[in-house]
Write a protein that binds this ligand. Structure first.
Ligand code: ATP
Length: 487
């Protein structure tokens, strides 16, 4: 952890509002009225919302470390705040989520193309997008301990020294809010001067807008059509926290859908429904998902309509994904700043227009946290991650009951065969009960055990993670058996 920063591997009850960046500045004035925020903090405490947070989130974090899902970055040096590393199970889980999104958004469609734009872009991109001027959060400093907090998140802030709520204990030491730009700056090339300043992209969307012409021609597409991209984004968040929910380096899965201006509302409604349905396919319970439609006073400067898909985390309802009708704002701005014509001529209707854009912008890490929280379950005898088989990092564990009588050889052969289709974990160490428990914690939906009966009739025991029921299955038919169950 860097000096002066808070340890964010623990949890802080969060009730961050969901307002777009452009509005956060407007909140400076409201935020300086600390009385209102103090009241909302008291309300949260009264509702008792803080209690389960520590409990469930601490357990999920501890499991993530124990089982190799997620670790703090640079841990042997004390860690760096709000940056996370994904271990063996975490990286599989993340890959599954990204693959499912990519499949849904590109492979199963004819109207969406993929893109992988670079993280560093021409600095004018961020002038055109409005980020240089307005990608800011309101920040306050504590004159006493020098800590910094987001002014619009003071109700969840804790003093890094005492651990006590800031609003209740340190309000008199806080400065007036001021704007803090969230973009990370660096230099392009070996000369560190003002003209070489570039930014780590704070969103992947701009890489899509500036490549509109590069994609539409070669892909032989015409509006309505979309461009999808998965990639890293960086934001120098003032108050990161809640594990991987808000970090400074994260991944986004964004799709920008280019449409004729008159069709914006139709496609906005369409993508709203499509995106909500996708979370169901990951095994997220319907009653823990909701829309938060933005009212006129919440809309970002670029949006005519906006909604967030929210999930009920242990620390409250929070945004997973934003869906916006961005009008023709983005392409018009890039036309203005680049001097290039980004309009589209429709040969059928013989009209020229600047496409409107419907954006769907989801966070990989937040989706992963959702999947983790949703899967976590405790029984008297075990902790079990009830991942949907589709997202589970490992699909099948394969064990020999004992390390003799040729059982390891048979088990390895089975594992090798299943690996052609599924992620498999082979384990022959320790008591078989303990091996099952380890796979339960990793969320592996099925385990195959080779035992003495296998030597007689070539059947194996298949154990179901959720019910713990065991059945005998012919070893030869395992690929089909799991193929039926893991789709
Ligand atoms: P928030 O209000 O929570 O900061 P936002 O409205 O600024 O989010 P967008 O700019 O709409 O977020 O980004 C799209 C998605 O990217 C979010 O819905 C979220 O899933 C993800 N995201 C944004 N900021 C972060 C972050 N600091 N850490 C992890 N994921 C993030």
């Amino acid at each position: 952890m860097l000096e002066g920063e808070r340890d964010d591997s623990g949890f802080h009850p969060v009730s961050r509002d969901q307002q777009p960046v452009s509005l956060r500045l407007n909140q400076c004035a409201a935020a300086s009225s600390l009385v209102g925020l103090r009241r909302s903090f008291a309300r949260i405490l009264r509702r008792g919302e803080t209690q389960p947070v520590v409990d469930v989130m601490d357990k999920v974090v501890s499991l993530c470390k124990r089982r190799g899902f997620v670790f703090q970055s640079s841990e042997i040096y004390g860690g760096i705040n709000a940056c996370w590393d994904y271990g063996p199970f975490g990286v599989e889980l993340k890959r599954n989520i990204k693959d499912l999104w990519w499949r849904e958004m590109t492979q199963l469609r004819e109207d969406i193309e993929g893109l992988d734009a670079s993280v560093l872009m021409h600095p004018k991109v961020w002038e055109a997008s409005g980020h240089v001027e307005g990608f800011t959060d309101p920040m306050v400093d504590c004159r006493e301990c020098k800590a910094r907090f987001r002014a619009d998140m003071l109700d969840e802030a804790r003093c890094p020294r005492s651990g006590k709520p800031v609003l209740e204990n340190c309000a008199e030491f806080l400065t007036e809010p001021r704007a803090f730009n969230l973009m990370f700056k660096t230099h392009h090339g070996p000369v560190e001067e003002e003209s070489s300043v570039v930014y780590l992209r704070p969103e992947t969307a701009q890489g899509i807008y500036v490549n509109f012409l590069n994609v539409i021609g070669p892909a032989r597409q015409k509006p309505p059509f979309g461009i999808a991209q998965i990639g890293k984004a960086f934001r120098n968040e003032i108050s990161p926290g809640n594990f991987i929910f808000r970090s400074r380096e994260f991944e986004q899965m964004e799709m920008q859908y280019f449409i004729p201006p008159g069709e914006a509302e139709k496609w906005y409604d369409y993508w709203r429904d499509q995106r909500m349905a996708w979370y169901g396919t990951l095994g997220i319970a319907e009653d823990k998902l909701r829309f938060h439609d933005h009212g006129p006073d919440e809309l970002a400067h670029y949006a005519a309509q906006a909604t967030d898909i929210e999930y009920l985390f242990p620390f409250g309802w929070k945004e997973l994904e934003g869906i916006h009708n961005r009008t023709d704002f983005d392409l018009r701005r890039h036309i203005e700043y680049s001097g290039k014509d980004l309009s589209y001529f429709d040969p059928e209707s013989k009209t020229r227009f600047v496409p409107y854009i419907i954006e769907t912008s989801a966070g990989v890490d937040r989706t992963l946290l959702t999947v983790l929280v949703e899967a976590y379950d405790e029984e008297p005898e075990r902790v079990v991650m009830r991942f949907h088989p589709r997202v589970a990092p490992v699909k099948v564990g394969v064990f020999p009951l004992v390390k003799r009588d040729g059982m390891p050889d048979i088990a390895r052969r089975i594992a090798q065969d299943l690996k052609r289709r599924f992620r498999v974990f082979y384990d022959q160490k320790g008591a078989v009960g303990r091996r099952y428990r380890r796979q339960d914690e990793a969320g592996t939906p099925y385990c195959v055990t080779v035992d003495s009966q296998t030597l007689e009739d070539d059947t194996v025991t298949v154990r179901d993670r959720d019910t713990m029921a065991q059945e005998r299955v012919p070893a030869q038919g395992l690929l089909e058996f799991f193929g039926e169950r893991i789709k």
